[in-house]
Design a protein around this ligand. Structure first.
Ligand code: HEM
Length: 411
């Protein structure tokens, strides 16, 4: 039965939809009436059976797909986008080298190696340095008189500095990584006037930079994470190419996502002052998870069916694309009481903002949660009277729920 409230041509991968708002009413309608719904896309690209995709909107179904990689592959690109707009087939082929777009057993091999850089011990080891950085970022923002942009002054800084700390990028090169990663993400947004060529060029530059770093550490091990990851290929470590693509992935996966979680979190607090009061008084340890649920910085990823299978009452054919709408799953009333309320004491909070729990579950989750905790603690200490000074300006993108600008003023 078609979903009556959604007009013909309605497409959840339309970047203009997220440019204005997260389509929560439409998600609610889909979950209720047709939780796995075929979304036709009349334009495909050559060589792909790409005439549409299945939109999966219920929490249980998103989890099911995520935890069954043998039925739903990540190999044919996981970014859910309108293929016809910018993306060429060779760009998709290159993306297969990225962890997110691998299937077991290759994924298992690479993930086992790279997760050595993300052990609780290595993240804890960063904590004091990152706390000092969070406090310095907030102190610099506080020194500004009048309204300022929270995104550039506060939210951008810590995620970038954290990745640079983690992989040991020297201070003087950090702005390069920042520029490259921004150019790779923002091509959907006409305001940035970034072409596909510029995006590809930035990706190539970041990979070349990381490969140099890896080769250097191989010659001269420094006892840091890069040295561990690239130590000796015969011990099952990463070769320089794999390291290059891994850094590329971190620059995208760990940068924009956390920045948007922090910005959305600030906006949520400023529009729910009772939650900000509660946070400044009690600092509930459940706060960061609720911010990620509420904000869902990654709106969706996709998989491709490896065989005919049934999902939520729909027959999925081998080769069909399946869009996992985390933003919808995170508001599913079957799982969350009062799902549209922003409640920093929510517990339990089995949200899917970091993925649906399968083999690709976010590798940087502990780091992201730490960063969000540190920045809001620093803000609550130094700027508890922060106020909104304008509406947020949203990023035009189908899969990142992003904010480009959020004007605030110290109270
Ligand atoms: C994967 C979200 C921060 C590194 C993912 C996935 C999501 C996600 C939805 C895909 C999960 C799946 O397909 O099942 C987020 C959000 C973040 C965040 C919302 C911030 C609030 C980070 C950080 C890092 C990171 C800080 C590292 C510095 C990764 C990596 C993967 C990943 C490496 C791929 C894992 C794999 O394919 O095995 N993340 N992420 N993420 N994330 Fe994050």
């Amino acid at each position: 039965m078609p979903c009556p409230a959604l007009p013909d041509g309605f497409d959840l991968t339309d970047p203009d939809l997220l440019h204005h708002r997260v389509p929560l009413p439409e998600f609610a309608e889909l979950r209720r009436t047709e939780p796995v719904r075929w979304m036709p896309q009349p334009h495909g690209i050559a060589g792909f059976a790409d005439d549409g995709y299945w939109a999966v909107t219920r929490h249980a179904d998103v989890k099911h797909v995520s935890t069954h990689p043998e039925l739903f592959s990540s190999c044919l690109n996981t970014a859910i986008i309108r293929f016809n707009e910018h993306i060429q087939r060779d760009a998709i082929d290159a993306q297969r080298l990225i962890l997110l777009n691998m299937d077991p057993p290759e994924h298992t091999r690479v993930r086992q190696i790279v997760q050595r850089g993300f052990t609780p011990r290595s993240i804890r080891a960063l904590e004091d340095r990152l706390r000092a950085r969070a406090e310095a970022i907030v102190a610099a923002a506080r020194a500004r008189s009048g309204p300022f942009d929270f995104v550039t002054e506060v939210a951008c800084e810590l995620p970038l500095q954290a990745i640079a700390e983690l992989i040991g990028v020297p201070q003087e090169d950090r702005s390069k990584i920042f520029d490259w990663s921004n150019r790779m993400i923002a091509y959907d947004d006409p305001e940035y006037a970034i072409t596909e060529e510029v995006g590809a060029q930035s990706a190539a530059e970041i990979i070349a930079y990381a490969m140099n770093m890896a080769a250097e550490r191989k010659r001269c091990p420094a006892g840091d994470i890069v040295s561990t990851l690239v130590a000796a290929e015969d011990e099952g470590n990463l070769n320089s190419d794999e390291f290059g693509f891994f850094v590329l992935m971190l620059a995208v996966a760990g940068n924009e996502t956390t920045r948007n979680a922090i910005t959305h979190g600030m906006h949520a607090f400023l529009t729910h002052p009772e939650q900000w009061d509660l946070f400044t008084r009690e600092r509930p340890p459940t706060t960061a998870e609720e911010i990620v649920r509420w904000a869902t910085p990654v709106n969706a990823f996709q998989r491709t069916a490896t065989q005919d299978t049934e999902l939520g009452g729909a027959l999925i054919r081998k080769g069909d694309r399946v869009g996992l709408f985390y933003a919808s799953a995170n508001h599913d009333p079957e799982v969350f009481t009062d799902p549209d309320a922003f409640d920093i004491t929510r517990d339990p909070n089995p949200h899917l903002g970091f993925g649906g729990g399968g083999p690709h579950y976010c590798l940087g989750k502990s780091l992201a949660v730490l960063e969000i905790d540190l920045i809001f603690n620093a803000l609550a200490d130094a700027m508890p009277g922060l106020r909104l000074a304008g509406d947020p300006r949203r990023l035009r993108s189908a899969w990142i729920n992003g904010v480009k600008e959020l004007r605030v003023v110290a109270g």
